[in-house]
Each structure stands twice: as structure tokens, then as C-alpha cells.
Design a protein around this ligand. Sequence first.
Ligand code: HEM
Length: 415
Amino acid sequence: MPDTYRNPQPELFTWEFAADPYPAYAWLREHAPVHRTTLPSGVEAWLVTRYADARQALADGRLSKNPAHHSGQAHKTGRVGIPGERQADLMTHLLNIDPPDHTRLRRLVSKAFTPRRVAEFEPRVQQLTDRLIDDFAARGSADLIHEFAFPLPIYAICDLLGVPPEDQDDLRDWAGAMIRHHGGQRGGVGRAVKKIRTYLLELIHRKRADLGDDLISGLIRASDHGEHLTENEAAAMAFILLFAGFETTINLIGNGTYALLRNPVQRALLQESVQRGETELLATAVEELLRYDGPVELATWRFATEPLTIGGVDIPVGDPVLVVLAAADRDPARFAAENTLDLARKDNPHLGFGHGIHYCIGAPLARLEGQFALATLLTRLPDLQLAAEPDELRWRGGLIMRGLRELPVSFTPEI
Ligand code: HEM
């Protein structure tokens, strides 16, 4: 009997799949590594699941990021791209453009969003992390998504951008409305994007008159061969920094903490190491958590601008290609013991932050937040444990991101 009958193709995009997509990805990697499927939105797309193919596709200049190259024109109905962005002129952000525009904008933002700016931000991330834990530490229980993983990245990026403290709760609520969209409540997202856009344009206008040390002022100041960002470009840039750095980091903290709580031996090793004040295992641990159950399940959309072949399969012009980072990062052809969480893993060139010219520009900030969040949780709440059965937990059913809706935990209250 052929293998495919004994082991039939698993259903994709169901609730069971959302809770644990890895067996389905293993099947695809083995039987249909470049697989055409119909997404829940009705859009047809190719899923690329093997590591070598994924890495090649992410760096292939024939795959455009501009949704106008989609032969199905689904971008006109808002079914590809970031939800709601069509309602605002925020389309010209880094994840939707190709060189030479991408090269110019990326160079400008890199001048403002420097590793030094992120390093100087360390004390603020520690302070934010502690303040959030203070709010629930005496209670003995918490929902780590709502009370910790959700607010930390939004306050961090607001601070970095230079959003005044009194406005940050508004941004938090609008960003929250954007991610609730993934739970199926589509209506609010367009309104939320509109509010964020109006707010950012107004903030950029104010900053232009009174430049400070923040990232938005840095974006306004940055120039390249005499070229500056226009106000719309600066707003699109601030928007993508907010959007790309928000749900991703929630999921790094949420998925990461969950993986640690389910792997007690690994968690104990990390806990002892951070309690000794070491940083080496913490650094490899965050990389391994990005590989093992990373925040970005599928890289954002790409569209074939000329006929090309991936993994021996011909992709017609105009077809969307989705690189499945979560599948590539568990490819046994690249990672030994691919389904094992090994926080000390050294050979770990995971694709969790992408690859090629669109490689995550926020990676240093994400690593900083991930490391501080996990180290502080394990140090301050040493007997932290799950307060729900794994099958009671709900996963957010988005296409691009992979993350928990809630993470109930219990611990000995701090006095
Ligand atoms: C791009 C992952 C945090 C800003 C990307 C890409 C991935 C990714 C996979 C490439 C997407 C593609 O090629 O289709 C992550 C993960 C994060 C994270 C896993 C957290 C753990 C952040 C943060 C920021 C950020 C904190 C900003 C503050 C961006 C931007 C891009 C990007 C602007 C587009 C870069 C370009 O197109 O040149 N990210 N990201 N990300 N990320 Fe992140």
C-alpha cells in the first residue's frame, strides 16, 4: 500500500492544527514540500516547508513582496497583507516593497534604529518587566499573556518611538484591537489602523517641530544622500515597527514560557543558570525557543514575478508563496533532534527572524525583551507553573503568527 494511504494528508488550518501544527508540517516536508493549498481566506498559495527551500525562497529576488504582483488580485480585497492596512496609506512599509525602494527605506531606518539605541534601552526594559510583574506577584496567579506578554512589547516600542506616556494606553488598546482580528473579530481592525495612522501622523508633525532623542525623531532626522523620509513614509515606518514588533514579541514570551513550563528539565537548567547571574544559556535559550515554537509561523507574503522553481516544483508568475518558518525550523535535514527543546543548542541557524534583505530589523530588541522577560519571570517567580491542562489552552488562529490567547499560571505569592 502506498505510504500516502497509510498516512493520509493531514487537514491544515483546523483548531487541532492551530494547537499543534508540527505533525502536519512533518508530513508536508516529507510528502509535499512545496504544496499548493487554499488558505482559509480562499486565496490559493504555495507552502514551502523544507529548510533549504525556505532559505532559498526568502532570499530570492524573483519573489516580490509587493502585493500588486498577485495574479489573483486578492490584495484589492484586503485578503493579503496586514489586516486593515488598505484603509490607510500605510502600504509602503518595508514588508510590502522591493529594491530599490526597500534598500533606500531600510538604510534610512537603520540609521535611526541602531544596535546602540537598543542597548541603551536595557534598563528601561528591566524596569518595565519588573513593574508588570509587581502588578500580579502578590496574587499567586496570573494570565501571563494579558498581564505580561501583551503589555511589555507595546510599552517598550512606544517608549522607543517616543510616544508620550499619557498616550501609550490608547496605542495599547488600538494594537489590541488589531490582534483580536485574528480571533475573527474583523470589524474593529480597520478602525484601529485608522486611529493609529491619524495618531502617528500627528505625532510626527509635533516631533518635527521639537526633535528629541527618540526613534521617531531619529527617523525624521535620518537622511541619505540628502534624501529624507516623507511624513507618510515616516508614519508607515513607525506603523510597521509597532505592528511587526508587537504580536511577534508577545508570542516569543508566551510560546517561550509555555515551552519552558512543559519541559521541566530544560527549565531547571535555565533557571539555575539565570539565578547564578549567567547570560550564555539565556542567549542560546531564546534562539532555541524561536526555533522550537517561534512567533512567526509563516513569513509574510511573497509573489512570483517570473517563472521559478522551488524544490523542483514550477511556480507560475503571480502565484503567492508562503515560506513556513515553523516547518523549516523543525527540518531534520538541518536540525538534529528537531522536535527536542535543547536550550544549549549551538548549531542553530533558525529562520525565526527570516533571512535575506527582509531579515527582521527588530531582532536585537526582540532578543533583549525575550531574555529580560524570561530571566525575570524565572528569578522572581521560581515555582511558576501552568494552571491549565495543555488541551484547555486556546491558540490564536491567525495565518502568519502563532501564539496563545491566554497562559494561566500559578506561583507562591511574593510578599
Ligand atoms: C521582519 C520576525 C520582532 C520589526 C521580520 C521577519 C520576520 C520577523 C520573520 C521577516 C518577514 C519576511 O521576510 O516575510 C520577528 C520575530 C520577532 C520580531 C520572531 C520577535 C520575537 C520585531 C521587533 C520589531 C520588528 C521588536 C521592531 C521594533 C520588523 C520589521 C521587519 C521585520 C520592520 C521588516 C524588515 C524588512 O522588510 O526589511 N520580523 N520579528 N520585528 N521585523 Fe521582526
